[in-house]
Ligand binder design. Structure first.
Ligand code: FES
Ligand SMILES: [Fe+2]
Length: 391
């Protein structure tokens, strides 16, 4: 693709709608962003708590196998046999001591080492099993959150996370000692950028539950908006007041420690969203499927130190509050799709809330500004090589 074929508007608050719909731009995004110099969260170690536990995912089509080995270390492999490349494991998750490729029965242990293969005497002279372990992408973890990158040039993970790391740690219970509660997996009919462009402006306006419960957002801020497009939100929890429409108000109860920062969101470029709201700990692993489909795995967690009652509370609150059909998030799916339909029209999408001067990129944002998304757009534009118009 020639990136010159899409002229980027002069103003920082305008985004060309064609960027959401063009197939050639999508292919270029895969190369420059998803297989470029970014880290992508794919799992939390607590999803594979025991030796032999594994989980498989596909990230922009690339099959990955996350497995805990016999010694308890979590590793990430390409989920493809080192012989002819057959997809090795097809289960979404499970526990195995060995992975056997069904095609010619090559056998791998949880370290990824090739431990058996039929007829090796008839192989190329000098064949050595040690030369054929499962291949691995570069990976690293942050308080148990596992990231991969497909570029050797990506900076170390702690540099990549920058100022967002502290909020991310807090959001994962302060120490990352989590316990998996379960998943919801959805495909949204939208471009990945519309999914990750959800903003601070819409929440009390789109989501009906805020009105039904007479629930005002607590005071908060948007910060650590980095040049790499990451952004953090922190806010106090307010208690819903007025006549309750809920038969069971436990759904919106807060049982945690500190309501002054009871709500935290960390969004990492390009598609990762993580939320701690009331007692929900939710990590959303997302990948584009094509230019108009985005798959999101909502993973919900408790903390290892929770007692049984707290685990039950979190379990009930998780998807009911913040899942794809959750009380305060269900309308998002409809908007993700409708904005994608609307983007098949000429012109630009325009940001207003919080934009003081469209000719400048700002770095300070209020909780309900939509302008906090603009540094991410500027990073996107520069990675994609789109030239900004001068007049
Ligand atoms: S492709 Fe796996 S054993 Fe041949
Ligand atoms: Fe929303």
């Amino acid at each position: 693709m020639s990136t010159e074929t899409l002229e980027w508007p002069k103003n920082y608050n305008e985004i060309p709608k064609a960027a959401f719909t063009r197939k050639d731009i999508y292919s270029e995004e895969i190369k420059r962003i998803f297989h470029g110099k970014e880290w992508h969260p794919i799992a939390h170690e607590s999803e594979v708590p025991e030796p032999g536990d594994f989980k498989t995912v596909r990230l922009t089509g690339i099959p990955l196998l996350i497995a805990r080995d016999e010694k308890g270390e979590v590793r990430v492999f390409y989920n493809a046999c080192s012989h002819r490349g057959n997809q090795l494991e097809t289960a979404v998750m499970g526990n195995k001591t060995e992975f056997e490729c069904p095609y010619h029965r090559w056998l791998f242990d949880t370290n990824g080492d090739l431990v058996g293969c039929p007829n090796p005497r008839e192989f190329v002279p000098g064949f050595d099993k040690a030369d054929y372990p499962l291949a691995q992408p570069r990976f690293d973890s942050f308080y148990g959150l596992i990231f991969v990158t497909f570029s050797n040039e990506t900076e170390p993970l702690d540099e990549y996370l920058g100022d967002s790391s502290e909020t991310l740690r807090e959001l994962m219970g302060g120490d990352g000692r989590l316990k998996l509660l379960g998943y919801q997996k959805v495909r949204y009919d939208t471009n990945w950028k519309s999914y990750s462009d959800n903003d601070g402006y819409h929440a009390p306006l789109l989501h009906q539950a805020f009105k039904m419960l007479n629930w005002q957002g607590g005071k908060g801020r948007q910060f650590a908006v980095t040049e790499r497009g990451h952004v953090c939100f922190e806010s106090a929890l307010s208690v819903a007041s007025g006549p309750s429409v809920l038969k069971d108000s436990e759904l919106i109860a807060f049982k945690g420690q500190d309501p002054s920062v009871g709500s935290r969101i960390v969004m990492l470029f390009p598609t990762f969203v993580s939320t701690k709201h009331l007692d929900v700990i939710n990590l959303r692993f997302a990948t584009p499927i094509d230019e108009e489909t985005t798959e999101v795995h909502y993973a919900y967690f408790a903390h290892e130190d929770d007692d049984e009652e707290m685990v039950r509370h979190r379990l009930r609150q998780s998807s009911n509050l913040l899942g794809p059909c959750g009380l305060i998030s269900m309308e998002d799916a409809s908007i993700f799709h409708r904005i994608h339909v609307g983007n098949h029209t000429p012109g630009n999408a325009i940001f207003q809330k919080g934009v003081r001067d469209p000719s400048k990129l700002e770095s300070e944002f209020l909780q309900n500004d939509e302008s906090g998304n603009l540094p991410r757009w500027e990073y996107y534009r520069s990675v994609m090589g789109f030239e900004r118009a001068t007049a």
